[in-house]
Design a protein around this ligand. Structure first.
Ligand code: GLU
Length: 278
């Protein structure tokens, strides 16, 4: 078993991260497997070296150990570009220069019906899909043409009387839409990087929060398109604050470092998130 914890160095790790990291670590160790770390720093406008240093420090303090070298996404842009070229050459990507506002407005047009949301927010209404495609990929945002992409992995469900597809291409189109695979001037996206990196690190079990479960169909689709293995997915419960709201990066009050400063022990943290002490 190979598991991983893949934080973004854009803020302090909080109790939710501690839960995710400990779970992935303990599952690997219990199975005699390997626990890996990956720094998801593709968004260089938000990633900070001091947050990365704090991640190592907090995880060591929690008693976790991982195999080195640690993978850092900012060092893997050529790998992401190669995969984008593969998809581009298959005619599955198109450039998009819509702003968030353009998308909101187009999706809210009367003929579009009620606003539909997917894993990345409002489902893209397709404004740039049928524009003539340039010869080269360029630095614009690139979207996956979901109808074409999902058609390449279509299957037939034969057990139902009307031979209806259970989660076929149409479901990808309706519930996910044309997601961004390369953000403008970034050369990649969360979805593309995570899929390529999980494959490169030979992750057998992806252990992550339930908030990412909606993205998993996108990841499995990309694995099929790029000829990569599909790991086993384990989406765990989210750690919530006293009001029942899930913790976010800005919840500095729940930062692991804050509990440390106040004298908590790693076992206190384990207990707080409902894991057995060691
Ligand atoms: N980097 C993501 C985050 O910090 C996690 C990605 C994943 O586990 O797939 O939320």
């Amino acid at each position: 078993m190979i598991t991983r914890f893949a934080p973004s160095p854009t803020g302090p790790l909080h109790l939710g991260h501690a839960y995710s990291a400990i779970l992935a670590h303990d599952m690997a160790k219990a199975a005699g497997g390997v626990f890996l770390l990956r720094i998801e720093d593709i968004d260089q406008s938000r990633a900070r070296p001091e947050w990365e240093a704090q991640i190592y420090d907090d995880l060591h303090w929690l008693g976790l150990s991982w195999a080195t070298p640690v993978m850092r996404q900012s060092e893997r842009l050529p790998v992401y570009q190669t995969a984008l070229h593969t998809l581009w050459d298959q005619g599955l990507l198109y450039p998009c220069n819509c702003t968030r506002r353009d998308i909101q407005q187009a999706a809210a047009a009367p003929q579009e019906g009620a606003l539909q949301y997917g894993p990345d927010g409002v489902i893209y209404p397709g404004t740039c899909r049928d524009k003539p495609r340039p010869d080269v990929m360029g630095d614009m945002a690139l979207r996956l043409d979901m109808r074409r992409a999902a058609a390449t992995v279509a299957w037939t469900e034969d057990s139902t009387p009307d031979k209806k597809q259970v989660f076929g291409p149409e479901a990808f189109v309706q519930t996910i839409g044309d997601v961004v695979l390369a953000r403008r001037n970034m050369g990649t996206s969360y979805h593309l990087s995570v899929v390529l990196d999980d494959a490169a690190q030979k992750i057998s079990h992806v252990i992550r929060g339930a908030d990412l479960a909606d993205s998993t169909p996108i990841h499995v689709l990309l694995q099929k398109l790029l000829n990569l293995p599909t790991p086993i997915y384990h989406h765990h419960k989210l750690i919530r604050d006293d009001a029942g709201k899930r913790l976010a990066k800005r919840d500095d009050a729940r930062a692991i470092s804050k509990y440390r400063d106040e004298g908590a022990t790693p076992n206190d943290i384990r207990r707080m998130v409902g894991l057995p002490a060691v």
